[in-house]
Write a protein that binds this ligand. Structure first.
Ligand code: NAD
Length: 435
C-alpha cells in the first residue's frame, strides 16, 4: 500500500489501528480510536489485561467499565499475538520507558516490542512511538531496526514520534482534548502521522522532526520537575522562617501575569516526572553537557520523603515520644490525589522510612485497598478505614495524598498529631504540623 492509500484509509476510518502496550497510556488511546469508529487491535504481553479487556472489563480505576464494554462490543479486540500487527495499518507503541538501577534509560521494552513486530512489518504501515524517551530514539533506535527489513522509512513505511500527555484522573482533559505533538522522520512520515491522529485528537501540533517532538515531551516534564523542586526548596526555607508556604503561593498567585503556581508536597511520583528528566541527562552527556537543573531538582524532590519523616520525628519528640514504636497512619498511598497509581509514590517511600526506623505503620487509601506488588517495596498491609477510633489510636497521622474521598474535618478532629504534606489545613492549630 502506498502513502496516499494509507492516508485515505486513515481519513475514511477503514484503517485498522494497532495499539501496543495497554497501560495508562495505551488503553485510553485504544478506547478513543475505537469510539470514533476505527477497528482497534490492542496488543500486550500481559495476558491478564488482554483477557480482562476481551471480557469488557476495565483494570484501571479511572476508566469506567462501560467504556471498555462498548468498545469491545463494536471495535476493540485485544491479543497477545504480535502477528496481528500485519493486519493493522497503524502501529502505536505505548510501552514503558523506565530507568535502570544505575538511573540510565531502559529501552528494553521498546526493543522487545520492535523485535516482536519486525517480522510483521509491511509496506504502508505507519508506526508511531508514544513512550517518553530521549531525543534521537526514533531515528537511532527505531528507524535503523525498521529499515533492516529492507523497507525504506518515508517511502515504504512511515515513522513518527508523538508523545502522550495523558493525565489520569484529570476531569478537565481527556485524550481527545489534549493537543498532540507529532514529528515525522520525513515530511511524508509527518503527513501520515497527522492523518493517523486527525480524526481522534481535536488538535494535532506538527513539529519539524522526531527529535523536536521527543525534546518537547521532556521539556514539559522537566519544567514540572524543576518548578516543583524550586517550590519544595522554598517550603523548607519558609518552614525555618515560620512562614506558611501555601499562604505565600496563594498570595503570589494573585499576580495576573508572569507567575505560575506550583505546590510543594512529600516528593514526586508516577511514571513520568521522577524518571523522564534523566533520559535527557543521559543523552546530554554524549554532547558533553551536564544537566544541572535536572539533577538539582531531582536531588531536592527525592529528599522530600526523608524531610517529612524528620518533621514527624521532631513533632513526636516535642510530645516526648520516639518514632521507634509509635503508631503512624499514612493517609494516601497513590502518588497524587484521586487515582490508584502508586508507581514511585513518595507516600510509599515515607512508609518505608518510618518502618525502617521502627514505627508501627498502617495506611489508608480509598483507591488502593491492598498494598500492591512493587519491585522495591513489600508490605503485607491493607487499607484501614478512616474512623475516629483508628485516627485517635495513632500517635501520628500523616496526610500524604489529599484524595477527595477523605473526610478532612474528621481527620483534623480525631488525629492526636497531624502532619499535613499537602497544605490542606491552612489554619494554625497546636496538633497540626505543616510539612
Ligand atoms: N502514565 C502516564 O500518565 C503517562 C503519561 C505520559 C506519558 N507516559 C509514557 O507512556 C509510556 C507508557 O506508560 P504507561 O504509564 O502507559 O505504562 P504502563 O506500565 O501502565 O503500561 C505499559 C503496558 O505495556 C505492556 N508491555 C510491556 N512490554 C511490552 C511489550 N514488549 N509488548 C507489548 N506490551 C508490552 C505492559 O504489559 C503494560 O500493559 C511510558 O513511556 C511513559 O513514560 C505515561
Amino acid at each position: 500500500m502506498d502513502k496516499n492509500s494509507l492516508i485515505e484509509r486513515l481519513h475514511n476510518k477503514s484503517a485498522i489501528v494497532g495499539i501496543i502496550g495497554l497501560g495508562y497510556v495505551g488503553l485510553p488511546l485504544a478506547l478513543r480510536f475505537s469510539k470514533v469508529g476505527y477497528k482497534v487491535i490492542g496488543i500486550d504481553i500481559d495476558e491478564e489485561k488482554v483477557n480482562c479487556l476481551n471480557q469488557g472489563k476495565s483494570y484501571l480505576e479511572h476508566i469506567a467499565e462501560e467504556r471498555v464494554k462498548t468498545a469491545v462490543e463494536y471495535h476493540l479486540q485485544a491479543s497477545c499475538d504480535f502477528s496481528n500487527a500485519s493486519e493493522c495499518d497503524a502501529l502505536i507503541l505505548c510501552v514503558p520507558t523506565p530507568l535502570t538501577k544505575c538511573r540510565e534509560p531502559d529501552l528494553s521494552y521498546i526493543l522487545k516490542t520492535i523485535e516482536s513486530i519486525l517480522p510483521h512489518i509491511r509496506p504502508g504501515h505507519v508506526i508511531s512511538l508514544e513512550s517518553t524517551t530521549y531525543p534521537g530514539t526514533t531515528e537511532e533506535v527505531l528507524k535503523v531496526r525498521l529499515e533492516s527489513t529492507g523497507y525504506k522509512v518515508g517511502k515504504d513505511i512511515f515513522l513518527v514520534y508523538s508523545p502522550e500527555r495523558e493525565d489520569p484522573g484529570n476531569p478537565e482533559y481527556v485524550t481527545a482534548t489534549i493537543p498532540k505533538v507529532c514529528g515525522g522522520s520525513t515530511p511524508q512520515c509527518l503527513e501520515a502521522g497527522i492523518a493517523l491522529y486527525d480524526n481522534v485528537i481535536n488538535k494535532v501540533v506538527p513539529v519539524s522532526s522526531t527529535q523536536t517532538a521527543e525534546m518537547t515531551k521532556l521539556l514539559e516534564n522537566i519544567h514540572r520537575s524543576v518548578n516543583i523542586g524550586l517550590v519544595n526548596e522554598m517550603k523548607i526555607i519558609a518552614d525555618k522562617m515560620g512562614i506558611d508556604i501555601h499562604e505565600v503561593i496563594h498570595a503570589a498567585s494573585t499576580k495576573p501575569f508572569g507567575f505560575v503556581p506550583y505546590y510543594p508536597g512529600p516528593g514526586i511520583g508516577g511514571h513520568c516526572i521522577p524518571i523522564d528528566p534523566f533520559y535527557l541527562t543521559w543523552k546530554a552527556r554524549e554532547y558533553g553537557i551536564h544537566t544541572r537543573f535536572i539533577e538539582l531538582a531531582g536531588e531536592v524532590n527525592s529528599a522530600m520523603p526523608a524531610w517529612v519523616v524528620g518533621k514527624v520525628m521532631e513533632a513526636l519528640n516535642a510530645r516526648k515520644k520516639a518514632l521507634n514504636g509509635s503508631r503512624i497512619l499514612v493517609l494516601g498511598l497513590a502518588y497524587k490525589k484521586n487515582i490508584a497509581d502508586v508507581r514511585e509514590s513518595p507516600a510509599v517511600e515515607i512508609l518505608e522510612l518510618l518502618h525502617e526506623k521502627g514505627a508501627d505503620v498502617s495506611y489508608s487509601d480509598p483507591h488502593v485497598l491492598k498494598f500492591p506488588m512493587m519491585r522495591e517495596h513489600d508490605f503485607d498491609l491493607e487499607s484501614v478505614p478512616v474512623t475516629p477510633e483508628n485516627l485517635s489510636a495513632c500517635d501520628c497521622v500523616i496526610l500524604a495524598t489529599a484524595h477527595h474521598g477523605f473526610d478532612f474535618d474528621l481527620i483534623r478532629e480525631h488525629s492526636p498529631l497531624l502532619v499535613d504534606t499537602r497544605g490542606v489545613y491552612l489554619d494554625e492549630e497546636p496538633h497540626i504540623v505543616k510539612a
